[in-house]
Design a protein around this ligand. Structure first.
Ligand SMILES: Cc1ncc(COP(=O)(O)O)c(C=O)c1O
Length: 314
């Protein structure tokens, strides 16, 4: 049987195109939804898809639900189990993007009171390769500023917040760039439209702190741990000025969709000499092995799912 993308919706697994909501749905009008992006990475030697750090993704997801007063009948562990079941039932033997979505499902258009609105949940997955082109990214500082915690909290993935990222990304791509870098309200570097940002300067890894209105990325956390534990690098979380980007030895972006992608140019200035530099290359190499379950020490981050019809090999 051909694998098909499935969705867990209203208590059942159905083909994705059969999971539908009405035009009056509150989340469609106001962005009152919370989502996650999780990768499943196919490992042909193991005959398994390794779902990368799903528990951490679901903890952030449930935090977002708390902010939007969405009540779900699931714990993070329940959601991990449901995700394994979805991936196994679908039967794909390739990399997947897994998208849980919790939303205000009330069919009420003129109501701005979260506590009066019903909730619903959908979990879907689709085959997914690259998000950003491999190679060196050409970036531009966005004229849009990163949303502030006092407006919509950027530490959780609230759907409406992503209009901010989408405005910046669209302008960047239509202007001939690959990605936008957003500054926060006080002018410090925040992050890419869908990625965290790191610079390397004089052998140190530096990344903006959580209080600079960034999303606390799970890839960011992974890279910080790999840099410290495997490469013995000093990692600093501190505000970064715009011109520091231009003067960095290396710059790279991290994210579930974007993986770890080197930046070659920002605002028409080349970054470093011969990018990607040695720190970016070492981290990239480690990261790609870790997410496919190829380094035993980091298997604790990989939850295996064996696609239907496949026998696990190890
Ligand atoms: C705005 C933003 N920053 C950073 C990230 C990276 O987060 P993670 O590594 O958890 O995917 C994402 C992707 O989810 C994002 O949307």
């Amino acid at each position: 049987m051909e694998p098909v993308p499935l969705c867990y919706f209203q208590g059942k697994f159905v083909p994705v195109h059969e999971a539908k909501v009405g035009v009056m749905t509150h989340a469609l009008h106001y962005g009152t939804a919370v989502f996650e992006g999780i990768r499943g990475n196919w490992n042909p030697d193991a005959g398994a898809i390794y779902i990368f750090r799903p528990k951490e993704h679901y903890q952030r997801f449930l935090d977002g639900c708390k902010v939007l007063r969405i009540r779900l009948p699931f714990s993070a562990d329940d959601l991990v189990r449901l995700t394994v079941e979805l991936v196994e039932r679908m039967g794909f033997r390739e990399d997947l993007y897994i998208r849980p979505l919790a939303f205000k499902s009330a069919q009420k258009v003129a109501n701005l009171k979260l506590h009066e609105l019903e909730d619903d949940f959908a979990l879907m997955a689709v085959p997914f390769g690259k998000y950003l082109e491999a190679g060196l990214l050409k970036c531009i500082t966005a004229s849009w500023r990163r949303m502030d915690e006092t407006m919509i909290p950027p530490r959780v993935k609230i759907a409406g917040l992503y209009v901010n990222s989408i405005l910046a990304k669209t302008d960047a791509v239509l202007g001939g760039y690959d990605e936008a870098i957003l500054l926060n309200q006080d002018g410090h570097v925040a992050e890419g439209s869908g990625e965290n940002l790191f610079i390397v300067k004089d052998g140190r890894l530096i990344t903006p702190p959580l209080y600079n209105n960034i999303l606390g990325g799970i890839t960011r956390d992974t890279v910080i741990e790999l840099a410290r534990e495997e490469l013995g690098l000093e990692v600093m979380e501190r505000p970064i000025g715009r011109a520091e980007l231009y003067l960095a030895d290396e710059v790279f972006l991290t994210g579930t969709a974007a993986h770890l992608t080197p930046v070659g140019e920002i605002d028409h200035r080349p970054i470093g000499v011969n990018p990607p530099g040695p720190v970016t290359r070492s981290l990239q190499d480690l990261y790609f092995k870790v997410i496919r379950g190829q380094i035993p020490r980091y298997m604790r981050w990989c939850v295996p799912a064996v696609p239907a019809g496949q026998t696990a090999k190890r």
